[in-house]
Design a protein around this ligand. Sequence first.
Ligand SMILES: C[S@@+](CC[C@H](N)C(=O)[O-])C[C@H]1O[C@@H](n2cnc3c(N)ncnc32)[C@H](O)[C@@H]1O
Length: 206
Amino acid sequence: MSKQEHWNAVYGARAEEALTWFEPTAELSLQLFDEFSVKGAKIIDVGGGASRFVDGLVARGAGPITVLDLSPEALETSKTRLGAMADTVNWVAADITEWTPSSQWDFWHDRAVFHFLTERNQRATYFRALSAGLAPGGVAIIATFAPDGPEKCSNLPVQRWSSADLAVEAETHQPGLLHLVEGRRHVHVTPKGNLQPFEVSIFKRV
Ligand SMILES: C[S@@+](CC[C@H](N)C(=O)[O-])C[C@H]1O[C@@H](n2cnc3c(N)ncnc32)[C@H](O)[C@@H]1O
């Protein structure tokens, strides 16, 4: 099964509210957006899936907004939920590790995507895309499972990160590109009530 087939099957099998990473409102992401973004910022949600982060952004009148995900099925869920407002968003079905950005964004948001990149070459191409796609002075939020977080998500192995280690990894692939502003711990509560420790790394493009 390809990666895209895997994720399409995941989104096809269950309602969005039943997915372990589901949040009724993307509270922390929106809080970080309010804290670290500027008016009129161009936003990209990388691996946005069916997340409701986009709903909160649209409600704030923020944007322009791009949502990228490997799974067209996930993007359809968000488009259907948003209805007519979906036309205000740029939807991209692509693999971030194989994608060449056509533009630059001021706010790069990734919640629970980078940690699936367990191979070094995938992380290299991710950071290459980030380097091409993040505008000078832009902010990149990368939320991964923390070192004491789960070892798997959606039946796939993940690599867990501390913010300090993620900063070293970014520096290895794109020297001098990112400055770690802050790392925040966040514990996500799944719909079944399980706790998942996340590390939210906030970077600024130097
Ligand atoms: C755990 S879900 C998180 C979704 C969303 N960020 C959220 O917070 O609800 C991981 C998402 O990453 C997407 N994904 C996985 N690998 C990807 C890749 N290489 N490129 C783009 N999207 C990817 C999946 O389709 C899925 O929507």
